[in-house]
Design a protein around this ligand. Structure first.
Ligand code: SF4
Length: 367
């Protein structure tokens, strides 16, 4: 067992005064708390607030979510990122309806059987919704513990990560474990910031090793896993008889499964991505760059280039593809980078059906 000075006392005292008034802190409904915890993973509070309200309005119960159209669930999640969470949330609702008589399980053994529920989510939901003494560890907790207790090495994986969990288990109090877990995350989000932590406002300053030694900037230590990977992505705009080609991302994709997009391919270089895409669609690029978008998914830095293209073959495409009108484009769930391309298409391309060949109808404003 890790030996560490208890932090619950000062932390809870601070939380009672400083906590933000957030919508999911006004409810005891396990369903609403579960939804909020799924949304809050790797996402800032201010981003989550409107999504949380809209989601609960549309799907107020496990049952409503379980039987919803999956595209509608993803559409409500559009812009929130990490779309697997939405799919897991619906799968969890279906499992709760089928295997748990419509009630969120209150034991660790059972709750981790739900799709998308790992140790972090289990700790958050069990402690907040049911008052169970269960710890949690997320990026904020890692930062706070690494500084307070001067924990070194890679704390996101392997032995270092286990060490953080041992500290978390030791620290979580029997009284008010849900408030304590929220206080810990709140401290990481609002006071113990990555850059320039606000130590003078911190309830843990008297026991924080990093603050006492002036080492805040060195904790947590950076690891190889923090390094980003560059990915080149090419996307194509294809139009035929006034309809635009879009594709549903398959279950085999690394990320954004089930989301819709303008057909895309990835590679180490744009040329590699372009070749893959032209081969799959039997198409060739006919216009220079229409738009470039940069975005990041976990530690992958993606640079996406969007070109106009023309198919060289009339052969039918697979089931994942659909030709849709511009008006229909907005009904499909698109992730944020693809959403920018959709906005670009709606703003810059003519909406009248092509009367001659598709390419003659393209009169884009190039960027
Ligand atoms: Fe973080 Fe500073 Fe508080 Fe230490 S004293 S936990 S470094 S904010």
């Amino acid at each position: 067992m890790v030996s560490s000075q208890p932090i619950a006392g000062p932390l809870l005292k601070w939380y009672d005064k400083a906590k933000r008034d957030l919508p999911w802190r006004r409810t005891q409904d396990p369903y609403a708390i579960f939804v909020s915890e799924m949304m809050l993973q790797q996402t800032q509070v201010k981003t989550v607030i409107p999504y949380y309200g809209n989601f609960l309005k549309e799907f107020p119960t496990w049952k409503a979510l379980a039987k919803a159209n999956p595209d509608k669930v993803l559409k409500l999640w559009e812009g929130l990122g990490y779309y697997r969470r939405a799919r897991n949330l619906q799968a969890a609702a279906q499992m709760i309806a089928k295997d748990f008589k419509g009630k969120l399980p209150d034991s660790l053994d059972e709750i981790v059987k739900l799709p998308g529920v790992g140790r972090y989510s289990a700790g958050a939901v069990l402690s907040i919704a049911y008052g169970k003494r269960v710890p949690l560890v997320d990026g904020n907790v890692i930062r706070v513990f690494s500084r307070v207790f001067l924990l070194k090495g890679n704390l996101k994986a392997g032995e270092g990560h286990q060490q953080v969990w041992r500290v978390a288990e030791e620290q979580v109090p029997a009284q008010r474990p849900g408030d304590y877990n929220q206080a810990l995350m709140e401290l990481g989000a609002t006071v113990c910031l990555s850059d320039n932590p606000l130590c003078l406002l911190c309830p843990l300053i008297a026991i924080c090793g990093a603050s006492q030694k002036g080492l805040q900037a060195g904790f947590p230590e950076r690891s190889e896993a923090d390094k980003t990977v560059d990915i080149a992505m090419t996307c194509l705009f294809l139009e035929d008889k006034g309809k635009v080609l879009i594709k549903k991302r398959s279950e085999e994709e690394k990320w954004l499964k089930g989301m819709w997009e303008f057909p895309s391919a990835e590679g180490k270089t744009f040329e590699e991505a372009q070749k893959k895409l032209e081969k799959e669609l039997q198409a060739s690029i006919t216009l220079p760059l229409l738009k470039e978008v940069r975005h990041q998914i976990t530690h992958h830095k993606i640079k996406l280039r969007f070109f106009g293209a023309r198919r060289k073959s009339a052969k039918a495409l697979g089931k994942a593809y659909q030709w849709v009108t511009r008006a229909e484009l907005s009904k499909y769930p698109f992730a944020s980078a693809q959403n920018q391309l959709r906005d670009w298409v709606l703003k810059n391309t003519p909406s009248e059906p092509a009367k001659t060949s598709p390419q003659k109808s393209i009169r884009f404003k190039l960027e």
